[in-house]
Ligand binder design. Sequence first.
Ligand SMILES: [Zn+2]
Length: 279
Amino acid sequence: MTRTTRWLLSAAALLPSITAFVPATTPPALKLYVFDCGLMQVRNDSTFHPHNPPGVHRTLSDDCFLVVHPKGTLIWDTGLPESTPDGTLLANNFELHIPHKLSQQLREIGYDPTTITYIALSHFHSDHAGNVALFPKATLLVQRPEYAAAFGPTPQKFGFDPATYASLKSNPVKQLDGDYDVFGDGSVVIKRAPGHTPGHQMLFVRLPKTGNVLLSGDLAHFTDNWTNQRVPLYNFDSAQSVASMRAAAQFLKDNHAVLWIQHDHDQFVTLKHSPLYYE
Ligand SMILES: [Zn+2]
């Protein structure tokens, strides 16, 4: 597609008088940006992989995404807090590095975080909820059990740190009871996938040129765990985690979709990063 055609398609999507002449089957002018929202050097990989002997190291990426749709924008996960000092050690196991700030990556492509329409987190752990305060006006799309766990009496029981996401209490919120078609045309769909946390979710995106993509959240942390359906020791519900992985595998097959595993550093380095984008 030429630059001019692309411009015409996105312009057509914005102008009601022109969209009236566009057939209903025309795919929306979607863009998907991939951001580097941090790097975690894991000192003891057995946390994720009970089969590994203690002391095995692993590098995890921490990806965030922006979906741009004619009807609005959606930030999917917000990464580690961008103010984290380089080399901070979390839980005596995760060494954190955030070389690129999410706010800066958004600014580079012309997006002011306060104008983003929707915010959705795969779950409320601090490596996904780290920068939610950048998006005070976005409507939070969250599974009902996740919201209850995060703002209930015992958030620590689920591995949540309420200080990370306290600001979300003031965002407009839509609590979900399962899958949710964000823009109403099937192109961007939140998929319920509990297990890692009570209301863990994934994001399915139908990209006209790239194909169908499923963003994993922490359904699995890297390809080996995904392929072998291994569950980290600290997941909220192990049986639910396996059931969600099986359902996701079937969903991928049925929809000819690929899984982007958000913490898989080997996969991350093969993706196009912002300011480039998928369409
Ligand atoms: Zn994570």
